[in-house]
Design a protein around this ligand. Structure first.
Ligand code: PMV
Length: 342
């Protein structure tokens, strides 16, 4: 085993977009086609440890491939290989080249508060925590903005999980100009009720789904135009504390994004019958006079935007209206946390 050249641990919370990111302008740098707005959530987080090791044996004399040291990854205690490991390794290469640690390998261990594979453990909290732990373990002390740009290279939405509360990701036109920043001082006190649909469907990764949507949906350009207007309205709603307006924009923007997926060729439909039942229940709750608005991502679960004071009653109402669905309440979450280590 090689000598440890750096160790660090960090945690990050997941986030849910109210105005979505869907589609890249640059695949390698992960520059989005539009700016987005999200709420970071408590209770859905990832904690990650990263250890960089020297690899004295990884030189030309080592003929036996089995003896070459490589990056390792465990998620919730399970060793990972294949795509998950490749993606993390590729991301670590960016950190290694930033820090001049090209000759090292890393051991990465990650834990989610919600089991990985349940459709809720998100790449946003995962890559925000990894970016924080890996950069610190590599001896880099990045500013929050630099950390956001780094997290973006792992998964676009991860750049928003570097910050707590309401967060805006400025699309930008380059690595330097595409980063997230917190929106401070809003009068809104928001919460998200996550309604999960238990059925296990084979997921199509957001990366593939996005690429196909941008390349083939005739509605895509129209949706991107609507996003600019949605961002303007959502920012106004946040500034004035207008939950009604923010809710309307949130629901419409998500429906628009899913319309671009449904009109991709071949079509992409993440919705299940239960998802539609939940969308209708949210409309029903609203018709009864309670503020609740739905949004969906690259999966069948529905997230419901509410005032924090209504969160528990809306959760109860949803359980009653959609028997069998699982409901959890999430308040506004926090920025990335580093753990002190030697
Ligand atoms: O960060 P990615 O590549 O997993 O993309 C996330 C895309 C959505 O969750 C659907 C929308 C968003 O803005 O988070």
């Amino acid at each position: 085993d090689g000598a440890c050249v750096g160790f660090a641990a960090a945690s990050a919370d997941a986030n849910i977009a109210l105005v979505k990111y869907w589609g890249k302008a640059d695949e390698r740098l992960i520059l989005p086609r539009s700016s987005s707005l999200s709420l970071t959530l408590d209770g859905l987080s990832t904690r990650t440890e990263v250890r960089f090791l020297e690899t004295p044996g990884n030189d030309a004399q080592v003929k036996d491939d089995d003896l070459v040291m490589r990056d390792t990854l465990t998620i919730d205690g399970k060793p990972q290989s294949g795509r998950a490991l490749e993606r993390v390794s590729g991301f670590l290469d960016i950190v290694r080249s930033m820090a001049g640690l090209e000759g090292t390998v890393a051991n990465v261990a990650s834990w989610n508060t919600v089991p990985y594979g349940a459709g809720l453990a998100s790449s946003a909290s995962a890559f925000a925590a990894l970016a924080a732990a890996a950069s610190r373990a590599a001896g880099l002390w990045l500013s929050p903005r630099e950390l956001s740009r780094l997290a973006r290279r792992g998964s676009g939405s991860a750049c928003r999980s570097v910050f707590g509360g309401l967060v805006r990701w400025n699309a930008g036109v380059s690595d330097e100009t595409s980063y997230a920043e917190p929106i401070d001082g809003s009068k809104l006190n928001l919460a998200i009720v996550v309604v999960s649909v238990s059925e296990g469907v084979k997921p199509l990764s957001s990366r593939e789904a996005m690429e196909r949507t941008v390349a083939t949906s005739p509605l895509y350009d129209a949706w991107i135009r609507s996003c600019a207007k949605d961002m303007e309205e959502a920012m106004k709603a946040v500034e004035y504390g207008d939950l009604e307006l923010l809710g309307r924009v949130t629901e419409a923007n998500s429906m628009g994004m899913h319309s671009t997926m449904m009109t991709a060729r071949p079509p992409i439909l993440y919705w299940l019958p239960q998802s539609v039942a939940i969308l209708r229940a949210v409309q029903g709750i609203r018709a009864d006079g309670v503020g609740a608005w739905s949004t969906m991502d690259a999966g069948p679960n529905v997230k419901v935007l509410v005032d924090a004071g209504d969160a528990l009653s809306v959760a109860d109402e949803l359980k009653e209206r959609v028997p069998g669905c699982k409901v959890s309440v999430h308040m506004s979450g926090h920025a990335v946390r580093f753990e002190e280590c030697d």
